[in-house]
Design a protein around this ligand. Structure first.
Ligand code: ATP
Ligand code: MG
Length: 578
């Protein structure tokens, strides 16, 4: 490819709407162009990267025994009603109507479609197990499309689905996919951590997310992990053992049960300062709105609520903290006027009440009584009348690993892929069954396996860049090497550069020659920004038969003959793609 012909425009500035590195660099280096919020054109350089990630994924999936197909992204409402997700998926589903006023959606994922395809074809145990996948554009009306390709409204995904007869079949395929994912991301030059996670809207029991660990803003997930064993979990799934804390008020002299004045103690800090007791003997009562209805959640005062865990604990699909107005409304309805900080479940009718497991341990604690500026001290479980307990506590770094007991650490991660054990979540309601050996109809035991192709490309940039631009891993770089004649007017330089270009092309190396009539500074800057893994610079030293070989990753520059440069490129690329 000739730089003069390449359909690329590098920019001088970062785009003003970009917050994270991959978004900034992919726009500035001419890889993507925004059409509208969360929707991008993949320009030729980007498309080459994406095709490489797709092909690595394809090869590994095929090797693992999965078969590729392609399903429509236009989907009828009826299948989504069958699975129960037409309502449950909410606003993220891109809905539309055809000319006959029939409701449809643009696929955000394909469990419904693949299950309907499978139930018509996989009718006998003889055809199972089976694993089918596709690579395709997906549509999700994300609340906050942002970070460029990391969270788009239209993006490319590899989604795969397995069908088996037993949990054993599923466990086996799940392990097969886990190993395949590790290979895929390693080949893309992206080491990942497999972390346990919440199964969310897709449902099911066991799931793992593949995280690229990054300390930048781009990491939207907190990952808790243990250095001493292999425990790693997303914050929405992590559990921990707690260090010892004061949980019996007697240790602080709260022996007698009584109501005390606690003026203006709206927060746990203010209340603990005022009463001079640790936060761990205060039991806080929070109001959440779960599926549009208020609920009350108790948790130990020094701990925070993990909202996804709480949502799952109460069986909701949507949750958020209540506003001051919503709290006021709830209180009024029950004849109280307590504000946040003074709330109690006592006397609140027809409402779901749940407490975190930390509350079980507490004795002689401090708690609200639905009266402003007052609290009950020396309270016990019977004073809050909770029957339901669950774990919905947000884990914190330093708490202890549930597996080996060592302190947990926390880091941020970008989820590039995930695997779920679906079980019969879709096959049962959709009546997707096969006939077993005895002729009995049984639902498939399913798994599903996703990889964000476009997100993986962006995550690769987050993991490989410097102040000059992108440093693509060789396996997914749009081109392997750029040949740069320093002066466009120097015939000898031009001749040698063209010769290297031709010889590399003939050897099947993906090479670009910068034949533009630009200053050398401009050419070098663009080469670094775009992120070619190697650069061969043909400058003045060509008179002595030497060119410069530059490695983008390390910045290392070595003088060598043109033939040596060609051999070095071939060697390095063959080695990297092995
Ligand atoms: P997230 O928690 O980041 O929203 P998800 O759990 O909704 O992800 P899945 O539905 O499991 O993701 O989709 C599989 C993969 O598709 C994810 O692991 C991710 O790599 C990718 N993906 C999901 N949503 C987006 C998006 N809006 N833009 C780009 N890639 C996405
Ligand atoms: Mg999502």
């Amino acid at each position: 490819m000739r730089m003069s012909k390449l359909f690329v425009q590098t920019l001088r500035e970062f785009p003003s709407d970009a917050e994270v590195v991959s978004h900034k660099l992919l726009v500035k280096a001419g890889y993507i162009k925004k059409l509208t919020s969360g929707v991008y054109t993949y320009l030729p350089l980007m498309w080459r990267v994406l095709k490489k990630i797709e092909n690595i994924t394809r090869e590994e999936m095929d090797n693992a025994g999965a078969q590729e197909l392609l399903m429509p992204f236009l989907q009828p409402k009826e299948l989504w009603v069958e699975s129960g997700r037409w309502e449950a998926y909410g606003k993220e589903l891109m809905r539309l109507r055809d000319r006959h006023d029939r409701e449809m959606c643009l696929g955000p994922t394909h469990e419904e479609i693949i299950t309907s395809v499978a139930r018509d074809i996989l009718k006998s145990y003889k055809q199972l197990p089976m694993n089918l996948y596709q690579i395709q554009s997906k549509f999700r009306d994300e609340v906050r499309p942002r970070f460029g390709l990391l969270r788009g409204r239209e993006f490319i995904m590899k989604d795969g689905y397995s069908f088996g007869m037993t949990q054993e079949d599923l466990d086996k395929e799940y392990k097969n996919m886990a190993d395949t994912y590790t290979r895929i991301f390693n080949r893309c030059g992206l080491p990942t951590k497999a972390v346990q996670s919440d199964s969310g809207a897709i449902g099911g029991n066991v799931s793992h997310e593949y995280m690229v660990i990054t300390d930048t803003d781009a990491g939207e997930n907190d990952v808790f992990y243990c250095d001493d064993c292999d425990y790693a979990a997303n914050s929405n799934h992590a559990v921990s053992n707690l260090p010892k804390a004061v949980v019996d008020g007697k240790e602080c002299g709260l022996i007698e049960k009584k109501i005390v004045d606690t003026p203006n103690t709206k927060t746990i800090e203010e209340l603990s300062d005022f009463l001079k007791v640790p936060q761990s003997i205060i039991c806080k009562c929070l109001v959440y709105i779960a599926d549009k209805k208020p609920i009350l959640a108790y948790i130990r005062g020094d701990k925070q609520v993990e909202e996804t865990k709480l949502m799952n604990a109460v069986g909701a699909t949507d949750i958020r903290i209540a506003t001051a107005e919503e709290i006021e409304e709830l209180m009024q309805k029950n004849g109280f006027s307590a504000r946040a900080g003074f709330i109690s479940a006592i006397g609140i009718k027809d409402i779901k009440i749940i407490a975190d497991n930390t509350v079980k341990e507490m004795k002689n604690f401090v708690v609200g009584i639905n009266e402003n500026d007052k609290h009950l001290v020396g309270a016990n479980l019977e004073d809050i009348q909770v029957k339901d307990f669950a774990d919905f506590r947000l884990v914190e770094a330093g708490e202890f690993c549930p597996k080996c007991g060592k302190p947990l650490k926390v880091t941020r991660g970008i989820e590039v892929g995930n695997i779920f054990q679906l079980g019969t979540k879709y096959s049962k309601p959709m009546n997707a069954v096969y006939l077993d050996k005895d002729g009995k109809a049984k639902p498939y035991v399913m798994g599903c396996y996703g990889i964000g192709i476009t997100r993986t490309a962006a995550a690769a940039v987050e993991a490989h860049y410097d102040e000059h631009g992108i440093k693509w891993p060789i396996s997914i770089a749009p081109y392997h090497v750029i040949v740069v004649p320093v002066s466009g007017n120097d015939e000898k330089q031009k001749f040698v550069a063209e010769d290297i270009y031709k010889k590399l092309s003939d050897k099947g190396i993906e090479v670009v020659i910068d034949d533009r009539n630009e200053r050398p500074g401009v050419k070098f800057k663009d080469a670094d920004l775009i992120g070619f893994p190697f650069r061969i610079t043909v400058g003045k030293t060509v008179a002595d038969g030497k060119v410069e070989f530059v490695t983008r990753e390390t910045g290392e520059k070595v003088e060598m003959t043109p033939d040596e440069a060609i051999n070095t490129v071939v060697e390095k690329i063959t080695e990297a793609l092995k």
